[in-house]
Design a protein around this ligand. Sequence first.
Ligand SMILES: C[S@@+](CC[C@H](N)C(=O)[O-])C[C@H]1O[C@@H](n2cnc3c(N)ncnc32)[C@H](O)[C@@H]1O
Ligand SMILES: CC(C)=CCC/C(C)=C/COP(=O)(O)OP(=O)(O)O
Ligand SMILES: [Mg+2]
Length: 293
Amino acid sequence: MPVTTELTTNASPFIPAPASPYQGDIARYWDQEARPVNLRLGDVDGLYHHHYGIGDVDHAALGDTADSEYEKKLIAELHRLESAQAEVLLDHLGTIGRADTLVDAGCGRGGSMVMAHQRFGCSVEGVTLSAKQADFANRRAHELGIEDHVRARVCNMLDMPFESGQAAASWNNESSMYVDLEDLFAEHSRVLRVGGRYVTITGCWNPRYGQPSKWVSQINAHFECNIHSRREYLRAMADNRLVPQAVIDLTAATTPYWQLRATSSLVTGIEEAFLNSYEDGSFQYLLIAADRV
Ligand SMILES: C[S@@+](CC[C@H](N)C(=O)[O-])C[C@H]1O[C@@H](n2cnc3c(N)ncnc32)[C@H](O)[C@@H]1O
Ligand SMILES: CC(C)=CCC/C(C)=C/COP(=O)(O)OP(=O)(O)O
Ligand SMILES: [Mg+2]
């Protein structure tokens, strides 16, 4: 059974000062985060995610709500949908060889990094502002015996410690709402080799709605983030040699996850804002895969 208690070992020897007071706040936020909806789902198989799920709910697997095992099955089902989300992101990275290096920008507790290594056999470098998260991710990699291929570091994704052109592919999984997109894509464009692939899964506000809705504002306040519009993503990519190959609206695919989560004992209070903003069209859950040209 994986260990989910807060980790105190393997502290990073050097933790850079935050690049801004805001980044200091975000580092503190994730250092302190220990929501059961994340830890108990991660405990299912040792992949710890900080993103949401996609796909249809398997009602047969859930069984009867009166069953004493129902809550355990519900947690496993939410986790299955979150891992399915990461699989879809990895599906869009293109052909990756064992000798390649991938970059996970805003890697959280490292679940997606582990999955990428297990799928491709390659090296995966992650960055997060949170020393607690980096320690957690590195501890999990050590427990799995893959610490020579999977590593998390405390650093700013806008200034990553990678050589220009080093990465075969890079991604942001629900982490791009913490930074300026022009700065972010300039940095991905720098670390990616020409012909490399960038993928993001993100929530963005819908320009067709007009402005960020009250639900989007509520999500921003809840997570201390700054959700961008779909238009900003496409414009900032175009400005930074990232040419979209796929833009996939995952809103319908993520709705069952939120509907199920809203019925669980692990609710955090943000479920209504996601469900309402997806429903009124003001918010979209999007995957964008782009080639570095
Ligand atoms: C919602 S979590 C997503 C974690 C992970 N991508 C996943 O799918 O599980 C957001 C992550 O973005 C990271 N983050 C936010 N701003 C960052 C920055 N400027 N540099 C590096 N990481 C950042 C946070 O530290 C956190 O790990
Ligand atoms: C799609 C958007 C707008 C995402 C914002 C970034 C974010 C906090 C993602 C989920 O993290 P989490 O897994 O820690 O959140 P929760 O505790 O709600 O599961
Ligand atoms: Mg979560």
